[in-house]
Write a protein that binds this ligand. Sequence first.
Ligand code: HEC
Ligand code: HEC
Length: 381
Amino acid sequence: MSKYLRFSVLFLLVISVLSCSEIKKPPSSYQWPIIEGFPKPQVPANNPMSLAKVTLGKQLFYDVNLSANQTQACASCHIQEHAFAEPLPTSIGSTGHKHRRNSPALVNIAYNKTLTWAHDGLTSIEQQLLLPMFSENPVELGITNHEATVLARFNTAQYKALFQQAFPEHNGQHITYDLITKALASFVRSLISLQSPFDQYAYYNKDEAISASALRGMTLFFSEKLECHHCHGGFNFTQSTSHEKQLIDRRPFHNTGLYQTLDKVTGHLGYPSDDIGLAEISTITADNGRFRAPTLRNIAVSAPYMHDGSIATLAQVLDFYAAGGRHITSGEHQGDGRLNSLKSPFIKGFSMSEQDKIDLISFLHTLTDEAFLTNPEHAKP
Ligand code: HEC
Ligand code: HEC
């Protein structure tokens, strides 16, 4: 493996890490499981990390008592062996409501600049978690109108002790949704994955960690021909990264040409009206079909893909990019996404041999972090 390639790949990855001045933070005793020299994630001043909070958060994450009808936990839709994503194309809530979106992997969320598939204003995990807990459309855990009943279930000796350890300053007072959210957010932040074969290769200098085929795939991934790294760049394989050393502000939402559907009501061409991406939040027409470029870490275990789980395999994802968008020839979403006028100029299509495809898939598999997927610290208590 040429030292030059390693250098250029590392340069691309680390360029976002090494920026400008450091923001001063109060010291925290929590040890982030990150590679030496990596920037630490930013944590809200009113919810510093602690092991006790992570432990409590894990207990809550796996507890079906957090849903009103006691059938669903966070972990029902965020499953460890799938990198905390799930194999369904779109999620189903505790009362059977069908969600319009695919459950995203919870991988290095502590570094996410924004949360959910398409929201440029949702930047705090604590805020975001109110959605699965209290949302009524769609219902996920369905706590709304059952607030007191759900809360009372945590009034047990075991939980009281866990809350006391996590929030000693709270002095054994009543358990609140504020404390529950803080603990859950701390657990979500603790889900750090940086031990994949790719990391062994790139950061621990282990040439043998990845195959020759995967190396060729890596070169393609970082090439100007395929452009993948423009949107899935940096150490977290997503542009949507924020950490203590990063000051540059970017708007990492893109239309990748998945759809070009005729809306029968408005007569507009674009993404299906039940999910138009960022445009729903920004109300800017040009944001139609823009979604966040997600991290590709552990991507091999988090199928199906895209915001609506509409692509089943990595091979099909690659065919989609090679074609420069998706042409749907029949059914309710019929239309040629390749011709979507709001599509990112980086999605221009490319030629790909069968060998290139095998190589790219091997490379994407080097982002699978077995230690993360089986780590008992993240598993059901
Ligand atoms: C019914 C299935 C379901 C349940 C239950 C659920 N989630 Fe999710 N989660 C989703 C879906 C779907 C999304 C994507 C939402 C969107 O983009 O609008 C999501 C998004 C997220 C995100 C944002 C991830 C990112 O990359 O931006 C986090 C964090 C999260 N969930 C954590 C949790 C926690 C913690 C719980 C328990 C309190 C929970 N979820 C319960 C399905 C679920
Ligand atoms: C213009 C920016 C851009 C480029 C270039 C790009 N992607 Fe993406 N990628 C995205 C966005 C945005 C999504 C989510 C789209 C959606 O759900 O509507 C995505 C989704 C994906 C997914 C599915 C992720 C998941 O969790 O479901 C994979 C895999 C992927 N891209 C791989 C690649 C590869 C490989 C390349 C290069 C051939 C590439 N991408 C090039 C922006 C980009």
